[in-house]
Design a protein around this ligand. Structure first.
Ligand code: AFP
Length: 326
């Protein structure tokens, strides 16, 4: 067995390794809290809304505070941004890394004992930029990305830009152990994930894609599809890293002020790097996510990610649609 610590010690950037180790440590504490379920008396709404106008759960606020406290004690962390904070905050003046995270993705799952997770992305500091602007870097600039999935087992999926690797938390020792190196996503799939209740708001090419999947063996695709939706992106992305598939949170017309539901900096970018490093693809259906130049900390983007051929097909349907309109 190789522990996360041993694995990080073999990596070229030891400062980055120490930062990842701090993140993993605080996620084991978050895991302990989440695992207590109703016994922790932290379930339910906090009574606040975050900058996105979403209701915060008590655990959103608590886990956010836990991550901030841990990162402030990690000298290499310069600044912190989070789904739960309007603006970035200082960590350590001499730090070289920026950390942006969603402390508890899928928090609507907390009260029903379903999977949640912590998603994080690490960037290099931009010394001359203001605090918020430091984080406005394309996803290709990420030095590391990962998530910790609090599911039936607690799994860290991590990339430092060279492969995606799984580490499972051993509850007996509190140590993350390497369980799979260089995860690889099959290029083809017969499984898709989408919140179908938004169907009437999707654009025509996404309608067309899902209709073809639903038509199954008798339709244009000539094969049957299965569907899954965890309502926590960490769960859906983890399933795709394990057995392939495609995850869609597409552009829709539900709310004209939002170009999609998911957030670029702490959802789409880290998941995009993990997926690409496992041989998959991550786009908006029209553009590679990791090449988007962010314009704001909490920017939203449409997301299509997973098995290469399926993401390519969805892209092609959008390209044909756009070409007809032009
Ligand atoms: P919450 O963290 O607010 O529960 O949102 C989770 C999430 O951002 C993402 O993890 C899911 O894929 C998506 O929202 C689920 O959205 P629906 O509400 O449309 O199912």
């Amino acid at each position: 067995m190789t522990s996360l610590n041993q694995w990080l010690n073999q990596q070229p950037n030891q400062d980055l390794g120490a930062l990842i180790d701090s993140l993993a440590q605080v996620c084991t504490e978050i895991c302990t809290l989440v695992r207590r379920g109703p016994l922790a008396e932290f379930q339910g709404a906090a009574g606040n809304t975050n900058v996105q106008g979403e209701d915060q759960q008590k655990l959103d606020v608590i886990t956010n505070d836990m991550l901030i406290a841990a990162l402030k004690q990690t000298p290499s962390c310069r600044a912190i941004a989070s789904e739960e904070m309007d603006h970035a905050i200082e960590a350590n003046p001499n730090g070289q890394f920026l950390v942006v995270f969603d402390p508890l993705d899928g928090s609507s799952n907390i009260d029903i004992n379903m999977p949640t997770g912590t998603i994080f992305s690490v960037l290099a500091d931009l010394p001359d930029a203001s605090l918020d602007d430091k984080f406005l870097q394309a996803g290709t600039k990420q030095l590391a990305a990962g998530y910790v999935l609090y599911g039936t087992a607690t799994i860290l999926a991590l990339t430092l830009g060279s492969g995606t690797h799984f580490f499972c938390l051993d509850p007996a020792t509190g140590v993350f152990e390497l369980t799979e190196s260089n995860v690889s996503i099959a290029a083809q799939t017969q499984e898709f994930a989408i919140n179908a209740s938004n169907q009437r708001f999707w654009e025509a090419p996404m309608q067309q894609y899902i209709a073809q999947c639903l038509a199954g063996a008798e339709g244009a695709r000539g094969k049957n599809f299965n569907m899954r939706w965890v309502a926590a992106m960490v769960g859906d992305v983890h399933r795709i890293l394990c057995r392939g598939g495609v995850f869609n949170y597409p552009f829709d017309h539900k709310d004209p002020s939002k170009a999609g539901k998911l957030r670029l900096l702490y959802e789409a970018n880290p998941m995009g790097l993990l997926i690409e490093q496992a041989g998959g693809k991550c786009t908006t259906a029209r553009q590679r996510i990791l090449e988007i130049e962010p314009s704001s900390l909490h920017q939203r983007v449409p997301v299509v990610l997973g098995s290469l051929e399926e993401v390519n097909l969805i892209g092609e349907l959008h390209r044909q649609f756009d070409a007809k309109k032009a």
